[in-house]
Design a protein around this ligand. Sequence first.
Ligand code: LAN
Length: 653
Amino acid sequence: MDSLSQRAAQSMHRAVENLARLQHTDGSWLGDYGGPAFLLPMYVALCEAAQRLPDKQRTQRMRTYILNTQRADGSIGLHAEDDRGSMFCTALNYVALRILGASSEETPLANMRRWMQQNGGPAGAASWGKFTLCLMGLYEWRGIWPVLPELWLLPTWKSFHPSKLWCHCRQVYLPMAWLYGKRAQAPVTALTRALREELWNGQWAKISWEKQRSVVCKEDNFRPQTQRLLRVNQAQAAFEAFHSKSLRNKAVDECLKHILYENRATNDINIGPVNAILNAFVHLFRKEGRADFERGFARLDDYLWDGHDGMKFQGYNSSQLWDTAFAVQAVLATPSPVSPKTTPLLEKAYGFVRDNQIIEELPEKEAHYRHRCLGGWPFSTRPHGWPISDCTGEGLTCALSLKHLFSPAIPPHLLNEAVETLLSFQNEDGGFATYELKRGALWYEALNPSQVFGEIMVDHTYVECTSSCLQGLAQAQQHLGPNPRVEKALRRGAAFIQSQQRADGSFEGSWAVCFTYGTWFAIRGLLAAGLPPSHSAIQRAVSFLLSKQRSDGSWAEHFSTARHRRWVEGEKGHVAQTSWALMGLVLGQCPNKAAMDKAAAFLVQTQEEDGSWAREMMVGIFNKSCLISYDNYRHYFPLWALGLWAGGGQSKG
Ligand code: LAN
């Protein structure tokens, strides 16, 4: 054994011990899932509107977090590590700090006001910011484009029916439609009056609200209003001027029906952070909403995380299933059990995967536009309830790889249901989207009203989701016996992945930064579907990865890669990105052993004494613009990469 192999073996041993230490009693891995800067202030706004402020300790930790995300120019970006300010987040976090007791005189707040004024004032905040300010009485409803609840009454075959939207977008605009329809607003208090003066620099009474509708600060204008959207907005405004009261009542009731269903289907967790907060706002403003509000408000605690930089509101109730599925695969990739902790670790993890599969179909799912659930896996936990294509793929992969080892095992019919759910997710183009089949047409993206997010209107097919699903299906083929439908799905999936390859051999990832992630997933998916490593698509992907390796053996993609959709070199070798690239090379049987050894050496050298790797740039991303932290990536991806490398990629000479 050469010395690199020895050091790598030690490194894997320590990494497994570290994972064992970090494993939660329920068998999962829990981690900080913060990053987006608009979530905590929306939550704090709700607390204020409900007069349910956090206790002293939480207040302090939340203030700490907000101040930690403040940039040198006084602004706050869309996410905690953004390289530019955002009016949306600066305005909302200013309000949050004031609610949490900060005085307007404090320097950080004065700096925020200065930045807002220099950049055109809060009227330039992206639409969700203006919407939240409306709820707080800090902006007038006349100053935003309508969010019509009546759209929910359209026949479902009409292209404007909201059921065609990506579920996250749909579930956010649903409570928005209710709140807009009712022009809901928190009572005006002394703080509201003070904030009107502070935010609007003494001009509150003079604002021409209608003229602010399309105003957006250039920092927030990632997806500018298209001509098409402007026309739709104007048509909606014309409707709003004459709408019928009885139709409005019917429409808000229709929205409420879907909101209540979402609450029930998710045990009040709700699909994501934004609709969780907005649905609670709805119940707060409803006459009979008390009990629903209480349940929803209590459940928001699931989203709070007290991290190294303060208390934040996370992007999901957790990332537990996702992290557990990857941690298991990383540990299984090590050539032989590297630690006595391996078996108990895997046993507990298997228990978590088993206990978090969705084992019941949703009642009346068609009436609420839900896709099938039975047998699927969510991103976080079973009570959350929304299965995701790729989480089902990774969940099933784990379940099948461990099924002979531990008991009680998942019953065979539930494994078959998982396969059926996976098959049900495949689109006509052979690819897999996130939570549902593709519903709306691609041109809907031209009507994206969020300004700060890209690609939120419809569910698209993604290389990563497809790859994870193919992984699960390939495992099913191996463990559950051959199935011609699965066979066909694998072929179609592989064709989809190949169709996404770019001229330089790379694959664009959408849920982490970016080409290292996408290319690793693509290689893994193509192999799962049965393509040989020598296939030209895989070899071109391997060459792409090699071309981006740095002299220290690492890879580094800056997060703006996702915004620009082309490689932007990062500043410093990144452990997770290096792991993805190394895995891609090993799986693709890269002929350049020296390059792989160098990458492995980089991972070994950057490991800490305790077996972990240091926190680094956030790499999770959504909707092309907002980073989110997957804090556990640094604990298992390097282990997985070293495991694969040790098993097949190291130089034997
Ligand atoms: C997530 C988290 C999980 C993630 C993966 C499963 C990792 C991915 O492979 C598919 C997409 C998915 C499900 C995903 C989509 C976008 C989410 C839901 C998030 C990044 C978590 C938070 C984000 C959500 C949209 C945040 C709220 C903002 C909106 C624009 C609605």
